[in-house]
Design a protein around this ligand. Structure first.
Ligand code: G3I
Length: 377
């Protein structure tokens, strides 16, 4: 079983989980983890090429404005990835500024960029409680709420029909602490529970019969009681969708890794096997590393974060149903976690494969090594 042999032991003097800081060093060096010392400049195979060599697709989230304005980001995306996903522009709120008025310009720009450069554009995300348009919010209840959601599914997936080959149809519908027996969120459109979600996938399939339809969620990765409960609830959800004949093809595990959470390769492998056993493909859809509590100098932080990414990917890529890996960004020059989970020392987070100067970091090498060591699909 891969991964177990990787020496991730932390020297006792260095690894101490405190209330405020995870003081880390690494007994293992970059070399031990199969990561050559970071190259001074960009050279060698790109992540997309290494991934493709194992039948994997590597991609990343992008923002249309950044791609337009930052040549360095454009160059890095074109060098490193085979697919892109819109971090924001293809969600309900930005694409439906007023009822009956769609605005797909930003998504269309991303599609043009992808098409012109031979990249796939992944659709994210159609049904999500966090991003309905403001005009719709008061009406998202009962039958009217459902019809507003169905109309949006038809609108956006009809607009991109045949051009966006995979969609996160439903995003983050499960939230066990809200206490529903089915584990779903208490969001207006979800009143009918599994039956409504099955209808969402049916409407999506009608809108684009050739699209791969995914359920996407976070908080599924770690050996914690809350995440074990969420894994069980997500399994019940996808089983219920399958039992209703809903055309669900894949599950997206967002993979927003958290440096101080306990990770069990065995527990995570079992979850992936359970999903694969339902004849579902699996994507790691938003991979990044929250290292806000990780102390030490930048070198130590980078090596520690990379070792955790490597350990996670070794477990994930052992499951051949995992065929896509996307990072939720590419460079620390645009790292959402710096603002969302600010470090106590005020320094920017270092969660992405490239640093703020678009140089490859240990996380880049962890991805490359994990792809190289993955069984072929
Ligand atoms: O671009 C507009 C700008 O023109 C406008 O002036 C400004 C006013 O608020 O908003 C800007 O858009 C922001 C957008 O990010 C682009 O930066 C939105 O306000 C902001 O809400 C949006 O946040 C995104 C968030 O999802 C909500 O859509 C984050 O960038 C994005 O990283 C985050 O991604 C989510 C995934 O979709 C689902 N999984 C969790 C993940 C992280 O939260």
């Amino acid at each position: 079983m891969r991964g177990a042999s990787t020496d991730l032991s932390l020297s006792a003097a260095e690894a101490r989980v405190g209330r405020r800081t995870v003081l880390v060093g690494l007994g293992a060096s970059c070399a031990t983890l199969g990561m050559p010392r970071p190259a001074a400049s960009v050279e060698g195979e790109a992540l997309k090429t290494i991934a493709a060599g194992r039948g994997l697709t590597y991609g990343c989230a992008v923002f249309e404005k950044t791609l337009r304005d930052d040549a360095r980001m454009r160059e890095a995306v074109l060098r490193e990835v085979a697919s892109i996903v819109a971090g924001y522009e293809m969600k309900w709120r930005p694409t439906a500024p007023a009822e009956g008025r769609a605005d797909y310009r930003a998504g269309d720009e991303l599609l043009r960029f992808a098409t012109d450069n031979g990249l796939a554009l992944r659709g994210h995300t159609v049904v999500w409680h966090q991003n309905p348009p403001l005009w719709a919010i008061p009406r998202l209840h009962g039958r009217e709420g459902e019809e507003l959601v169905f109309a949006h599914i038809r609108d956006i997936m009809g607009h991109y029909r045949g051009r966006v080959r995979e969609w996160d149809v439903v995003n983050e519908a499960v939230n066990v602490p809200e206490g529903r027996p089915d584990g779903l969120r208490r969001w207006g459109p979800y009143e009918r529970g599994y039956d409504f979600l099955a209808d969402c996938f049916r409407v999506a399939h009608e809108a684009d019969p050739d699209a791969v339809l995914c359920y996407n969620d976070f908080g599924l990765e770690y050996d914690r009681i809350d995440q074990a409960a969420k894994r069980a609830a997500v399994l019940r959800l996808v089983e219920a969708l399958k039992a209703r004949g809903a055309p669900i093809h894949a599950v997206g595990i967002q993979s927003h890794l958290i440096a101080w959470y306990p990770f069990s390769q065995g527990v995570f492998r079992k979850f992936l096997a359970d999903l694969a056993g339902l004849d579902l493909r699996i994507r790691l859809t938003e991979l990044d590393m929250n290292e806000r509590k990780v102390g030490g100098d930048i070198g130590k932080r980078d090596r520690f974060g990379a070792s955790l990414v490597r350990r996670y990917l070794d477990a994930a890529l052992d499951e051949k149903a995992v065929t896509g890996v996307l990072t939720w960004g590419l460079s620390d020059s645009e790292n959402w976690l710096t603002g969302y989970a600010p470090r106590l020392d005020g320094l920017p987070q270092r969660s992405m494969p490239l640093d703020e100067a678009f140089e490859r970091k240990p996380i880049w090498y962890a991805l490359a090594s994990a792809f190289r060591n993955a069984p072929s699909r």
